[in-house]
Design a protein. Structure first.
Length: 103
């Protein structure tokens, strides 16, 4: 399993809209991609806005490429989301999940 991490800093007045964008558009689209396993959204107050960490889980790098393209580290940030951000990572980080607790 591969965990994909991406970080963005939303404008304070756009944080709720960004969460809605993920919930209503991004996450439903990800669920339709073969090899997508799930996602978590973490947030915290930062000096210049609300920082979000999006962690998605995938079966393989090939599955991530179905989402991000051949350059699987490239961030996928639609123009609508870019407009809500103070700053954001242009590259995503990928981690092999060494251990996943049973539920």
């Amino acid at each position: 399993m591969i965990a994909r991490h991406w970080r963005g800093l939303a404008k304070p007045e756009c944080a709720a809209d960004y969460e809605a964008h993920l919930r209503d558009e991004t996450f439903p689209a990800l669920r339709r991609i073969q090899g997508f396993l799930g996602a978590e959204l973490l947030k915290r107050q930062a000096k210049d806005g609300i920082e979000f960490l999006v962690i998605t889980r995938w079966v393989s790098l090939e599955a991530i490429e179905r989402f991000a393209g051949a350059d699987h580290e490239a961030a996928v940030v639609p123009a609508q989301a870019q407009a809500m951000m103070v700053e954001y990572d242009s590259r995503a980080a990928h981690y092999e999940v060494a251990e996943w607790p049973a539920r």
